[in-house]
Write a protein that binds this ligand. Structure first.
Ligand code: SF4
Length: 100
């Protein structure tokens, strides 16, 4: 059984796209967590556990912040911490109620 040159090119392109997608996915999954000691984190009073912040109001957490990008995951991206992840249970002074 032989495959045509056209089929080979399409299959190679599909495999290449899959590898590129997996690489992007793995890069996002490997994003480091924001440290509370990070100067940028300190500037906005970020804590990984909202319950430990005297400034967070009851019910406020990254999970229900408009800037949280992690969906229902326990950690995810945040618009103010590019390339890093915050804990869904975390909080910072930039918290904004998620619409809806
Ligand atoms: S802006 Fe929102 S999601 Fe980002 S760290 Fe602050 S509370 Fe969490």
């Amino acid at each position: 059984m032989s495959i045509s040159r056209r089929t080979f090119i399409f299959q190679s392109a599909a495999i290449g796209s899959s590898v590129a997608f997996l690489s992007i996915t793995n890069t996002q999954a490997a994003a480091p967590m924001v440290s509370e000691a990070d100067p940028q984190a300190k500037a906005v009073n970020y804590v990984a556990d909202a319950k430990k912040s005297p400034k967070a109001k009851p019910g406020q957490a990254c999970a229900n912040c408009a800037l949280y990008q992690g969906g229902s995951a326990s950690a995810g991206g945040c618009a103010i911490f590019a390339g890093k992840q915050v804990a869904s249970a975390g909080w910072c002074s930039a918290w904004a109620k998620k619409p809806g």
